[in-house]
Each structure stands twice: as structure tokens, then as C-alpha cells.
Design a protein around this ligand. Structure first.
Ligand code: AMP
Ligand code: MG
Length: 328
């Protein structure tokens, strides 16, 4: 196996950038598009292809680092998924010529690593429903060491930020070195991200899940009412919400556990990269009880419920009102 030739951040930037091209290629063709997982959530050719590609690259560059990623090959190996596996093999082959179906399934399953010590976490397509709908999604990769997110990269092919001419953003951060965004196509300089300085809750722009079943629109509505918030919430799928917060496009990301599933805990790959980017842009991130997110508990945030990520200035005011709304 080869020695690492690049830093973790350079590796993640390069790999996520390449992986994002698969996502848009799959969308353009959308063949054998999606399968249904056991929890009936969709998984597409892009999810599998990107996880296979990134897992393979990681095994080459950082063979000692485990990967903790969302997908497994089990449903892809079933006879009824034959066409899907064939498509996955074709897409992975565009980046890794000659890759065969069997090894691709093995690469996908490298994502079953242990979330302990130093490891990477990946959501190959976060916001799969948004991806299929033609809305926002993100390719999300982060490096965690002893419960601290050290580096995070988000490929957001459909996100448009005010300081770039075209959609397609690569947002990234290394702990202590700020949060940055650059055009996903590599044409243009990186721009340092900074959260807004808005401190009046009435004017706060809330960033919320598009899928109502992923959050608690009723309670979020009550929070808005109590704070007298005027702007309508902006609905984005995926970790793109954290990038929008980091760029000052919105002021608050609020995720309240759905009423139907109060015990649900967040998955680390749905947050790690975004949390670091938001914090390094000057924001503050806790759960809805004000607790620090604890990335040392395996693949879920077992010690936290929901998410409150803000520009910092609005954090305490939101925490107080969220608490009141949850107590009722
Ligand atoms: P978002 O785009 O912010 O709604 O987040 C997408 C993520 O929500 C997915 O990656 C899932 O991990 C997570 N998710 C899926 N189903 C649910 C659910 N019923 N409740 C809460 N989160 C969910
Ligand atoms: Mg996800």
C-alpha cells in the first residue's frame, strides 16, 4: 500500500470534488435510479458509487484509518439489484477504470469501520431525497480524532453562494484554520466564510429541513411565533444548511426531533463536516438542550438530541425559547 501523499484535508478536497462529479452524472442519466432501504429511505446509484470510490481512495491513502459511512452493499448484492450494481460499476469505473462489481461491494463495506480514536465519516449523498428531487444535497466527508472533528469537506453541486457566479461549492475546514468555500469546478479562489452578525431574533432567517418528517415543523413554528420571527424559514436538504449558515445566508439551523420518533438520535455523518465548518466560520453549535455535540459515542450522537446551530449572537435567545417550547 502506498504512503499518504497528501494531508487529510488535501485528500478530502480532491476526493470529494471527484466524487461530486459522479453525483451529477448519475442525476443527468438517473438510470436504475433508487432502491429502498429497510427503513424505506431511498438509496441511489450515486450513494453506492461515491461510497465505493471514497472508501477505495481512503484505503489507498490512509490504510490505517477506519471509515464510518452510511451505506452497505447488502441490498446491492441481491439478484433484483443486478441492474443497479451494473450502473454502479460503470460510474465507479469512470474514476477507477477496471473496477469490478465484487470489489466495489467490498469497498462499500469498508464503511462499516469502528467509530473510535481516529476515523473518517462519510455520507456519500446526504439529502438523497433532495438529490432525487433536483434540490440540495451534499457529499460529506470528515475526519474525527478522539471525538473532535478535525477536518470536514462538503461537496455541494447545487448550492449557489452570493460570492460565486455559478452553483457548485466545495466548502471545507481544518480545525483552527477557518472555514472556506471555493467553486466545485476548481475555477476560482477560495473565499473565507463568516456567519452573519444579526442579533435580532425577529429578523433571523431559519434554515430547516425540506422533509417535514425529518424534523418538527410544529415546534419550529412555535419557536418562530414566540420570537416573533418575520422571515419565512429557508428549506434546504442536507448539510448544505450548515454551509448556508457559515456563509451568512441564514442565521440559525434548527433541527428538533420529530414528534413521531422522539428517541431518534442523529448520525455523525449527517453533521460532522458541517459542524466544523459552521464553528470555524464563527458560529456556535449545540444540541437543542445546549449541550456540546459528542462525537465520541460511536456512529450516533447518543448524548444529544436535535441540533441548534447559530451565528453565535442568536444562540442563547434561541436556546431559551426552544426550551420553553419543548417543556409545553
Ligand atoms: P435533512 O436533509 O436535513 O432533512 O437531513 C437528511 C438526513 O435526515 C438523512 O441523511 C437522514 O439521516 C436523516 N433522516 C432520515 N429520516 C429521518 C427521520 N425520520 N427523522 C429524522 N432524520 C431523518
Ligand atoms: Mg444523510
Amino acid at each position: 500500500m502506498s504512503q499518504p501523499t497528501s494531508s487529510p484535508l488535501d485528500f478530502a478536497l480532491d476526493t470529494v470534488r471527484h466524487a461530486s462529479t459522479i453525483a451529477e452524472a448519475v442525476y443527468a442519466q438517473m438510470q436504475n435510479a433508487s432502491l429502498s432501504k429497510k427503513d424505506s429511505s431511498p438509496v441511489t446509484v450515486a450513494d453506492f458509487s461515491i461510497q465505493a470510490y471514497i472508501a477505495q481512495q481512503l484505503a489507498q491513502q490512509f490504510p490505517k484509518d477506519p471509515l464510518v459511512a452510511e451505506e452497505r452493499s447488502e441490498i446491492l448484492r441481491k439478484p433484483e439489484a443486478r441492474k443497479t450494481l451494473k450502473s454502479v460499476t460503470q460510474y465507479v469505473g469512470t474514476l477507477l477504470p477496471g473496477a469490478d462489481a465484487d470489489e466495489i461491494c467490498r469497498w462499500i463495506d469498508l464503511g462499516a469501520g469502528e467509530a473510535r480514536g481516529r476515523f473518517w465519516t462519510l455520507d456519500p449523498i446526504d439529502g438523497t431525497k433532495g438529490f432525487i428531487r433536483g434540490d440540495q444535497f451534499a457529499v460529506a466527508l470528515a475526519l474525527i480524532e478522539d471525538g473532535q472533528v478535525q477536518c470536514g469537506v462538503l461537496g455541494c453541486p447545487r448550492l449557489k453562494l452570493p460570492f460565486f457566479n455559478q452553483p457548485g461549492i466545495l466548502a471545507f475546514s481544518q480545525r483552527g484554520e477557518g472555514a472556506w468555500a471555493m467553486p466545485l469546478n476548481g475555477e476560482g479562489e477560495a473565499h473565507r466564510l463568516g456567519v452573519s452578525d444579526h442579533n435580532r431574533p425577529q429578523d433571523a432567517v431559519l434554515l430547516r429541513s425540506f422533509e417535514t418528517a425529518h424534523t418538527n415543523p410544529k415546534r419550529i413554528g412555535l419557536v418562530r411565533e414566540k420570537l416573533g420571527i418575520r422571515p419565512e424559514p429557508v428549506l434546504f436538504d442536507s448539510l448544505v444548511k450548515y454551509v448556508a449558515l457559515a456563509a451568512g445566508v441564514g442565521d440559525v439551523v434548527l433541527r428538533i426531533v420529530p414528534e413521531s420518533n422522539p428517541k431518534r438520535r442523529e448520525k455523525i455523518w449527517d453533521h460532522a463536516a458541517g459542524v466544523l465548518i459552521a464553528e470555524e466560520a464563527g458560529g456556535r453549535v449545540t444540541d437543542i438542550d445546549g449541550k456540546t455535540l459528542d462525537f465520541s459515542q460511536g456512529f450516533r450522537l447518543e448524548n444529544n438530541r436535535g441540533i441548534l446551530a447559530t451565528n453565535g449572537a442568536l444562540h442563547d435567545q434561541f436556546l431559551k425559547i426552544v426550551k420553553e417550547v419543548l417543556e409545553n
